[in-house]
Design a protein around this ligand. Structure first.
Ligand SMILES: [Zn+2]
Length: 452
C-alpha cells in the first residue's frame, strides 16, 4: 500500500530536493516543510564593471507559502551568492528566487492571497490570523497595494465638490477631505485644515480638471474659501443647509440653553434647571419628529403592557417603557424660556426661507429673516446674523446650485467607521489611503483584482 501522493508545486524555477514532510514545532503545531533550490540562472557579468561573476557560497531562506494539505507550508529554498571576479570591485549579488514576494519572506502566491482577502474587506488582524502571517507584513502589503491602486487612478470630472475637515485622531489634529458630491467619492485627502490644503488639491488635480468645477460646498468657519477666491474666483462657493443648521444649533440654540442653565443655577431656580437638563436632543429636533417618536413610544408601551406587564411578567432584555411625552416636554421648555422659543421658531422660518429656488427670493427671504432675528435682540442670534450677512452671497447662490452635502456627511461616517475598526491608525498616510479606497463604490471597488 502506498500512503503518499505527489503534487505539482507550480512554483517557477524551483527544484525540490526534499519532498514535503510534517514537522512538529516547539509550540506543538504541525507544519509542512519542503526543501529545494532556485534554478534561476545567475548573473554572468558584473553590472558594475562588466567582469565575469563567479559563484561564491550558498545561502538559504524560509518562505511562507499558502497552506499545503491543511498545514502551514514553509519552503526552505537554497540560492547562490555571486561575486565579481574583478579585484577592487567586490560587487556581490544573490541568485534570484522567482516565486518570492519582493521585500517579504513569503511566496508570491501568498502575497496574492493576502491581497485578495484585504480587497474583500478583511482587516489586518483577521487576515494575519487566518493565514498565520505576521500583521506587520500584511500591513505593508496592504499599504503598497492601496498606493498602487489609487495613485494611478485619475479622478473623474466633477461639477460639484465639497470640501470639509474631519478629526484625524483623538485630540486636535485635523485633515481635509474633498468629495465629489455626485458620487461621494473622495478626491483628495491631506492632514491639516488650512488653505494650504486647498492649494495642494488644485495642484494634484490640475487646472484642466478644475475648469469643470462649477461650485464648491463648504463650512462657513473653514478657511478654504480664501484659497478658492484667490485661485479660482469663477467657482461659486456655496454654504449649504447642513452646515448652516449645524452652526445655528451650536452657536444659537445650544449656547442659549447653556447660558440659561447657568443663570438658573446661579439664581437657585432648580425647577427651571431640571426642565432644561438633557434637553439638547429635544431642542435640536423638529416638532414633527418628536410627535412621531411619541406615537411610536405609545405603541411600544401599549404592546409591552399587553404582552408582559398586565400579565405580571417581567420585560425581556432589550425592551423598555419609553417616555411618550417628548413633544409636551419641548412645549414646556419653550413656554418657560422666551429666548429659546423665539430661536426655535426662527429656525423653522430660516428653513422655509432657505427652501426657495430663486436667487432673488432667497436673498429677500434671508434679508427679512435677519430683520426679524435682529428685532429679538438676543446676543447669540445677533452674532449669527453677522455671520450670515458676511457670507450672504454663498448662501444665496444655493438657490442656483442646490448642492446637498449628504455625501460629505456619508464620507464623515465612513471615516468614523474606519477609524473605529482600526482602533485608531498610527500611520496617517495609511489611514487616508484606507478612506480613499473605501469611498470608491461599485465597479471601482471590484476592479481591484485586476491589479493583482
Ligand atoms: Zn565588478
Amino acid at each position: 500500500m502506498k500512503d503518499s501522493i505527489t503534487i505539482k508545486h507550480e512554483l517557477p524555477c524551483f527544484c525540490v530536493t526534499k519532498e514535503p514532510e510534517l514537522v512538529r514545532t516547539r509550540t506543538g503545531k504541525d507544519i509542512c516543510v519542503t526543501m529545494g533550490i532556485s534554478t534561476v540562472p545567475g548573473p554572468e557579468r558584473c553590472p558594475v564593471c562588466g567582469s565575469p561573476m563567479h559563484r561564491h557560497g550558498k545561502r538559504s531562506m524560509r518562505l511562507h507559502d499558502i497552506d499545503l494539505l491543511g498545514h502551514l507550508h514553509i519552503i526552505i529554498v537554497a540560492y547562490d551568492r555571486y561575486c565579481c571576479s574583478c579585484e577592487g570591485c567586490n560587487h556581490t549579488q544573490m541568485q534570484e528566487i522567482a516565486f518570492k514576494e519582493p521585500g517579504h519572506s513569503i511566496t508570491r502566491r501568498m502575497g496574492r492571497r493576502i491581497r485578495t482577502r484585504l480587497n474583500c474587506g478583511a482587516g489586518i488582524s483577521e487576515t494575519a490570523r487566518s493565514l498565520s502571517v505576521h500583521p506587520s507584513v500584511i500591513y505593508e502589503i496592504d499599504k503598497a497595494n492601496l498606493k498602487a491602486m489609487l495613485d494611478g487612478v485619475a479622478p473623474p470630472v466633477c461639477k460639484y465638490i465639497g470640501i470639509d475637515e474631519f478629526k484625524l485622531h483623538k485630540g486636535h489634529r485635523y485633515a481635509t477631505v474633498v468629495t465629489d458630491l455626485a458620487t461621494g467619492r473622495v478626491l483628495f485627502l491631506e492632514a491639516g485644515k488650512s488653505k494650504e490644503q486647498a492649494y495642494h488639491f488644485f495642484e494634484v488635480v490640475g487646472d484642466a480638471w478644475m475648469r469643470h468645477v462649477k461650485a464648491v460646498s463648504m463650512d462657513m468657519n473653514a478657511q478654504y474659501d480664501l484659497a478658492f477666491r484667490e485661485r479660482w474666483p469663477g467657482i461659486r462657493i456655496i454654504y449649504d443647509h447642513f452646515h448652516l443648521v449645524k452652526m445655528y444649533n451650536d452657536t444659537v440654540l445650544t449656547a442659549i440653553r447653556r447660558r440659561k442653565q447657568q443663570e438658573m443655577l446661579e439664581s437657585g431656580d432648580e425647577k427651571g434647571y431640571t426642565l432644561l437638563k438633557n434637553s439638547r436632543y429635544l431642542l435640536l429636533s423638529k416638532m414633527d419628529t418628536l410627535r412621531e417618536l411619541d406615537r411610536q413610544a405609545h405603541e411600544n408601551n401599549a404592546r409591552l403592557h399587553e404582552m408582559y406587564l398586565d400579565k405580571g411578567r417581567p420585560l425581556p432584555p432589550g425592551e423598555r417603557i419609553r417616555s411618550p411625552y417628548k413633544e409636551r416636554r419641548l412645549n414646556d421648555i419653550l413656554a418657560a424660556n422666551e429666548d429659546l422659543s423665539v430661536c426655535y421658531l426662527l429656525l423653522e422660518q430660516f428653513n422655509l426661507a432657505y427652501g426657495v429656488t430663486s436667487i432673488t427670493e432667497l436673498y429677500k427671504g434671508m434679508k427679512s429673516w435677519m430683520k426679524l432675528a435682529r428685532q429679538s435682540a438676543i446676543p447669540e442670534l445677533l452674532s449669527f446674523c453677522g455671520t450670515i450677512e458676511r457670507h450672504l452671497m454663498g448662501i444665496v447662490y444655493h438657490a442656483k446650485f442646490p448642492i446637498s452635502s449628504g455625501k460629505v456627511e456619508g464620507v464623515n461616517n465612513l471615516i468614523k467607521t474606519i477609524r473605529r475598526k482600526a482602533y485608531g491608525f498610527r500611520d496617517t498616510e495609511y489611514f487616508l489611503l484606507k478612506i480613499k479606497f473605501a469611498s470608491l463604490r461599485g465597479p471601482y471597488r471590484y476592479k481591484s483584482h485586476t491589479f493583482l
